[in-house]
Design a binder for this molecule. Sequence first.
Ligand SMILES: Cc1cc2nc3c(=O)[nH]c(=O)nc-3n(C[C@H](O)[C@H](O)[C@H](O)COP(=O)(O)O)c2cc1C
Ligand SMILES: [Mn+2]
Length: 498
Amino acid sequence: MPFADLQSFISALDERGQLKRVSTQVDPVLEITEIADRVSKAPAAGDVPPPTTDPVHGTRGGHGLLFENVTGSDMPVAINLFGSYERMRIALGCESFEQLADRVQQLVKPEIPTTLMAKMKKLPDLVKLAGFGPKVVKRGMCQEVVKTDGANLFDLPVIQCWPDDGGKYITFAGIYTKDPENGERNVGMYRVQLFEPKMTAMHWHMHHDGARHYRKYKARGEKMPLAIVLGGESVLPYAATCPLPPDVSELLFAGFLNNGGIELVPCKTIPIEVPANAEIVIEGYVDIDRTIIEGPFGDHTGFYSAAGPYPTFNVTAITHRKNPVYLTTIVGLPPQEDYYLGKVTERIFLPLLKILIPDIVDYSLPMWGAFHNCIFIKIKKYYPYQARKVISSVWGAGQMMFTKVVIVVDDDIDVHDEQEVMFHLCANVDWRRDTVIVDGPVDILDHASPFEGAGSKIGIDATRKMPGEGEVREYPPIIEMSDAIKAKVTERWAEYGF
Ligand SMILES: Cc1cc2nc3c(=O)[nH]c(=O)nc-3n(C[C@H](O)[C@H](O)[C@H](O)COP(=O)(O)O)c2cc1C
Ligand SMILES: [Mn+2]
């Protein structure tokens, strides 16, 4: 089972040898980053990479870290808690990500019961599904301490991640907003730069749901209530990063992962509900008339993302449980903690992706692709230009639209083995015939595109070509020894005297 709050998750990591406590005093400015960066690239604590992840990079991630003595604050700082396959499995309460993917598959493709008996059997599943929605309750530990006038963001041990960052950033919070038209909740993970004791920026990319909500408030001329939430159920940080379609509730998905709806409490000063079991909640309003130059920030891409204008957020209250733990993360040159969040999405979303694009057998987002730069896709090819169809479909599928390089291979290739993919790519492709370059939206963080968020993407068809796919000669067979000779050599191996 996943955990009901951050501190019970931390205790579980501790019991399972997945946590290191650091009692030496550390500086939240840069020092925590350097430690966390080294640890996240160290061998993983007792980790076993799942078979569907690449064996080289899947073995890193070190331990989760709890800094108990942080300069300038009385709150401990937790980081890298989700930064390995094993810790992600613990956070999501699953034995394997494939097991979770199976649950997602059942959710999206429910078998239609035909007999009365089968209907009766299905009933508990439906009742359970209904139970995954969030439940509003009266009281929650996230409000054990409430500060309004006395609220000060700089009392929190917020870290400065990298030397050229614009300042201190809250990096691992769920941002809770509501659609002003229909009240639908959204949770997204967006970084929050601190400017004043009660003022921050709100860095949501224009393609994300927080920005969509913001545009609606702005059009209505209303200020936008918003809560920044740290901690809560151990599934929540992951759920906030999930690339769900607009209007598909992250909280419902979190309830599904949590095997029970997330309990919410009404905020003290704004009309938003937040997880009752959160560690820390920052309440306030986004100012629809004021932006501020936010950034630069050392980002997922491994580069600094440039400074630019983003809306400002004014704090009306900070609430927290007694003795809260401050949760944070860093992003930078992969692998970092976010790599594992991304890999879990890759696995869990495979059944959903297959519904959208049934040609796909499997896919992989290689670590160095930093999510949006590269995807390897395996298809079973039946007709000419099928790979081209898949390439176009990927560019039309939610946040996959950002993918700069789409590489499609045949179904006898292991997409989790980079060597194998690159071998076939380089050998099978005629660049002029087998590539397609299109203009379209790209990730806001992409610095190579001519415009922010708009540039070009390449699709590479690395499958064996068939008639109808341009000028094609016959593809030669790959070299393989006959089974008879292999068996003979195996049998005689000792005789050779190696
Ligand atoms: C550690 C981390 C930091 C992130 N920071 C941002 C950010 O600052 N701005 C942003 O728009 N997306 C950021 N993202 C990506 C979004 O959280 C992610 O795309 C999410 O699906 C957006 O949800 P939404 O579509 O509901 O807005 C971050 C993701 C992670 C894992
Ligand atoms: Mn969303």
